[in-house]
Design a protein around this ligand. Structure first.
Ligand code: AHG
Ligand code: MN
Ligand code: MN
Ligand code: MN
Length: 336
């Protein structure tokens, strides 16, 4: 039988052997993993737990909030506020940052999350997830402000996501490759099931919401047209398409078998850089993808080098198999 190790053992070994994980960061990851377990339980209960449907409110980005968006946000805050590892948290579902209350010690890390990714899939029983990103508070002064969060993604200390699908899987990087842990529901523990995850450099599978085709910029249109032309076209091979509409599920497929994911800028709202959020979605996914040998750009620049101007900033996203993402990025640069 395969000898398997738990998330705790993995983290302890990373801390001991490679010095990648300070104690506070280890606690943080364990707490986030525990919160994801609680969210997984709520997700699994579905209608029986009365967690489906909308909450009747809107978030700061103008999206209608689902009950599970709010429940997941609360679970993550409650789990993380008392441990002493965090200074503050930021979330897709909160207008401004949540500073750790005075009754608890303040830690040196800051946690950002998309508590429930793929909201439109909750009620239809399709994979959804939680995405998180960890930054270090750079200034040592007391107190923490939104400014402290505005760091480029390359400064992330850790990032990951949990996918609530046929299996519940936690995917993590602390800057030393990507590891995956499957939730064993019988024992309640996270078990290491893949290490040193690598995205193949080439792929024949793309993920994009094709219904937006008429709004795309010319470089995106060119890339997809060439894929659709198949064997007879300039690419000389047939492509397959997938679009789950949960970024977590689409990225999980790419980390598992390769592919390219795009949610590009489009003309529907020319002043909006893209749909996805830089700090809660693009940066953590970019960190994971790069750690697995892929790349992530906004069509022009490396996502992790973008300097955020505000917490809820949006961005155009192209990520996954290296050669394909490079091709799309080259098309954008040639078009400029
Ligand atoms: P969220 O549910 O956290 O708001 O994120 C939804 C995002 C992302 O998960 C997905 O890739 C994309 O929205 C799907 O958008 P479309 O419905 O426009 O395809
Ligand atoms: Mn949302
Ligand atoms: Mn999301
Ligand atoms: Mn969300």
């Amino acid at each position: 039988m395969t000898k398997r190790i738990s998330l705790t053992q993995y983290l302890v070994e990373q801390q001991r052997e490679h010095g990648h994980i300070p104690a506070q960061l280890r606690l943080l990851i364990e707490v986030v993993a525990r919160a994801c377990k609680r969210i997984a339980i709520a997700v699994n209960k579905g209608e029986l737990g009365e967690v489906l449907g909308t909450a009747g409110s809107e978030n700061v980005q103008g999206e209608v909030q689902k009950k599970l968006d709010i429940i997941s946000n609360e679970v993550l805050i409650e789990a993380n506020e008392w441990g002493g590892h965090l200074a503050a948290m930021a979330s897709e579902e909160m207008d401004s940052i949540h500073v750790v209350p005075n009754r608890y010690p303040q830690g040196e890390y800051m946690l950002l999350f998309d508590p429930l990714d793929g909201s439109s899939n909750i009620d239809v029983n399709v994979s959804i997830g939680t995405i998180f990103s960890v930054l270090r508070k750079v200034n040592n002064q007391r107190g923490v402000s939104e400014e402290d969060f505005l760091q480029p993604g390359k400064q992330q200390a850790a990032a990951g996501y949990c996918v609530y699908g046929p299996q519940t899987t936690l995917v993590l990087t602390v800057g030393d490759g990507v590891a995956m842990f499957t939730l064993d529901r019988e024992t309640g523990s996270w078990v290491l099931t893949s290490e040193n995850v690598q995205i193949p450099a080439d792929t024949k599978e793309f993920a994009i919401n094709m219904s937006n085709m008429r709004h795309w910029a010319p470089p995106v249109k060119r890339y997809i047209d060439e894929c659709l032309a198949g064997k007879e076209g300039p690419r000389g091979k047939d492509f397959n398409m997938r679009w789950v509409a949960s970024m977590v599920a689409d990225v999980h497929r790419i980390l598992t078998r390769g592919g390219i994911f795009m949610y590009p800028w489009d003309q529907r709202d020319p002043d909006k850089p893209g749909k996805l959020r830089l700090m809660y979605e693009a940066n953590p996914m970019a960190f994971l993808v790069e750690q697995a040998g892929g790349i992530a750009t906004n069509g022009h620049q490396r996502i992790m080098e973008l300097q955020p101007g505000k917490l809820h900033e949006r961005v155009s996203v192209v990520l996954g198999s290296k050669n394909e993402v490079q091709r799309v990025t080259d098309y954008h640069l040639q078009d400029a």
